[in-house]
Design a protein around this ligand. Structure first.
Ligand code: ARG
Length: 254
């Protein structure tokens, strides 16, 4: 390409000459860091997981650098609303309640399941099937509110993080833990999960549990939502999404 054409292109894209090689856009992304294998702080203090690999690919697609900030799950949406982040990528399901306060762009599909102690597993994970059991979930999640409203004949315990719910399951203090099927699948197949527990019953799909899992942006930020939608389409089309998916799951989560 001729230099003049390149300069004209940069000008059209709103870039000063010379800015083409300097990547100046930073996208600040909030996540949690206690939700394996989606977002988890490893023993060197770095946050890793599907959400992070996917987010970094998005930033690259948008010619930006991601800056990751971790905080408690419950604090993420309020912090976004206070302008602390450009977006949140923490495996939030897309629900009507959340869409009243933020906008969301789908990046994978969801259903809910239970992991249960192998000793007390039942194939019937309906509210009737689990009547009398003690069930756990992470507070602030769709699963916590679903247990509360639907599993009225069960006892339930809520935990600040999903990993704390798993710990109580391993210790036998709860019979089962509800969560996203993808996350539970990974945990049930982990070294820790395999020793005590199995994924039980059929995946549960319900409007209250949300339709898809989404990136969260401030309500009304249509420009960023549109950019994210286009970038996700590109990552799906060029195989990047599938490659990241395959690092975590032997099936498509799209
Ligand atoms: N998908 C569920 C929800 O939207 C669980 C998300 C949990 N995410 C996390 N980072 N702990 O509520």
């Amino acid at each position: 390409m001729k230099i003049a054409a390149l300069i004209a292109m940069c000008a059209a894209a709103g870039l000063g000459v010379g800015a083409a090689q300097a990547q100046e856009r930073t996208l600040t992304i909030g996540t949690e860091g206690a939700y394996p294998p989606f977002n988890v702080v490893d023993n060197t203090g770095e946050v890793t997981g599907f959400d992070i690999d996917f987010g970094n690919a998005l930033c690259e697609q948008l010619n930006a650098t991601c800056e990751w900030v971790t905080m408690d799950f419950a604090g993420l949406i309020p912090a976004l609303q206070n302008g602390r982040f450009d977006m949140v990528i923490a495996s939030h399901s897309i629900t009507a309640d959340r869409l009243e306060v933020v906008d969301m762009v789908k990046y994978y599909s969801n259903s809910a399941s239970f992991v249960m102690l192998t000793d007390s597993v039942t194939e019937d994970t309906s509210p009737d099937g689990l009547a009398g059991k003690t069930l756990g979930a992470q507070s602030g999640t769709t699963h916590a509110s679903f247990l509360e409203t639907t599993y009225t004949e069960a006892e339930f315990r809520l935990y600040p993080t999903q990993v704390e719910a798993y710990a109580d399951l391993v210790a036998g203090r709860v019979d089962g833990v509800m969560g996203d099927t993808t996350a539970l699948y990974a945990w049930a197949n982990s070294e820790e999960g395999q020793q005590c527990c199995v994924l039980a019953g059929e995946p549960i799909v319900n409007e209250a549990l949300g339709d898809g899992v989404g990136i969260i942006v401030t309500k009304g930020n249509e420009d960023l939502s549109a950019e994210l939608t286009t970038a996700i389409d590109a990552l799906r089309a060029d195989g990047t999404y599938d490659r990241i998916n395959a690092d975590y799951f032997p099936f498509s989560i799209w």
